[in-house]
Design a protein around this ligand. Structure first.
Ligand code: NAP
Length: 241
C-alpha cells in the first residue's frame, strides 16, 4: 500500500485510529478526518505523526465537499476510502427526539453517502471503499433504533454503490464489527453487559480494534481483488447483538 492515498473518516479515535495506524505502517499516505474533539485529535496527531488532518462534519455536505477539495489539491486522487466515522444515541423509540434520530442517521448513513459521492471523482480502477456498519445492522438491539436502522442502511448502500460502480474496477465492501471496546461503545453498555457479551461469544472475548482494522486492510488491498459488495461480520461468530 506504499504511497496509496487513504481517507479514514473518524480516524482520531477507536477503530478509525487503529485503521489509520495500520495503513500508515504499510507506507500509505493518510488523511485523517474528525469533527468535534480537538483534544482527541491532538492525541492522534502524536500517535500518527505528520499526516493531513481535516476537521469536517461528514453529515454537512459543504464541509465534505471542502474536505475532498483539500484532498484533490494536495494529492490529486484517492485510492482508499474508509467510511468509518459514527455516533450513537441510546433512547427508546417512545422517547426518541426526532431531531436526535435524524442526527444519528445523518452522521452514520448520510455521511457515508456524502463521502462516497465526493470521493468517486477521485477514485479509479483498483481503488477500494470500506464502509463500517455494525453487527447491529443485522441483529438489532433495543434502545438503539436510529443506530440499528442506519447500520442496516449502510449494508444496502454498499451494495447499491457496487452496482453503480460496475465496470470501473472500484470495489466497495462493508465491515460490521461486533462489540469492540472504544469510547463510543463503552458509553453504551454496562460493565456486566460487556462481561456477558464476552461469555456468550464463541471466542469468549470481545473484538479488538486490531481485529477490525486487519479485516479493513485486507478488503482495501489487492488480496481482496474479487471481493465486492460483501458484508463481513467481524464478531467472533456471535449470534447475539
Ligand atoms: N465500537 C464498537 O463496538 C462498534 C461496533 C460496531 C460498529 N462500530 C462502528 O465503528 C465506527 C467507529 O466507532 P468507534 O467505536 O471507533 O467510535 P469512537 O472511538 O467514538 O470514534 C468515532 C470517530 O468518529 C468521529 N466522528 C463522530 N462524529 C463525526 C462526524 N459527524 N463527522 C466526522 N467525524 C465524526 C469521531 O471524532 P470527533 O468526536 O472529533 O467528531 C471519532 O474520530 C462507527 O461507525 C461505529 O458505528 C463500532
Amino acid at each position: 500500500m506504499k504511497n496509496k492515498i487513504a481517507l479514514v473518516t473518524g480516524g482520531t479515535s477507536g477503530i478509525g485510529l487503529e485503521i489509520a495506524k495500520q495503513l500508515l505502517a504499510t507506507g500509505a499516505k493518510i488523511v485523517v478526518n474528525y469533527a468535534h474533539n480537538e483534544k482527541q485529535a491532538d492525541i492522534a496527531r502524536t500517535e500518527l505523526g505528520d499526516c493531513m488532518f481535516v476537521c469536517a462534519d461528514i453529515s454537512d455536505e459543504s464541509a465534505v465537499k471542502n474536505m475532498f477539495n483539500q484532498i484533490k489539491q494536495k494529492y490529486g486522487k484517492l485510492d482508499y476510502l474508509v467510511n468509518n466515522a459514527g455516533t450513537n444515541t441510546d433512547a427508546f423509540i417512545r422517547d426518541f427526539e426526532a431531531a436526535e434520530f435524524q442526527r444519528v442517521v445523518n452522521v452514520n448513513l448520510v455521511g457515508k453517502f456524502l463521502c462516497t459521492k465526493y470521493a468517486i471523482p477521485l477514485l479509479s480502477n483498483g481503488a477500494s471503499i470500506v464502509n463500517i456498519s455494525s453487527n447491529l445492522g443485522v441483529r438489532p438491539c433495543a434502545e438503539s433504533s436510529a443506530y440499528n436502522a442506519a447500520a442496516a442502511g449502510i449494508i444496502n448502500f454498499t451494495k447499491s454503490t457496487t452496482l453503480e460502480l460496475a465496470g470501473t474496477g472500484i470495489r466497495v465492501n462493508t465491515v460490521s464489527p461486533g462489540f469492540t471496546p472504544t469510547p463510543l461503545s463503552l458509553s453504551g453498555w454496562t460493565t456486566s453487559e460487556i462481561e456477558q457479551k464476552k461469555l456468550s461469544n464463541p471466542m469468549r472475548r470481545n473484538a479488538t480494534t486490531t481485529d477490525i482494522a486487519n479485516t479493513v486492510l485486507f478488503l482495501l488491498s489487492d488480496k481482496a481483488a474479487f471481493i465486492n459488495g460483501q458484508n463481513i461480520l467481524v464478531n467472533g461468530g456471535s449470534v447475539m447483538n
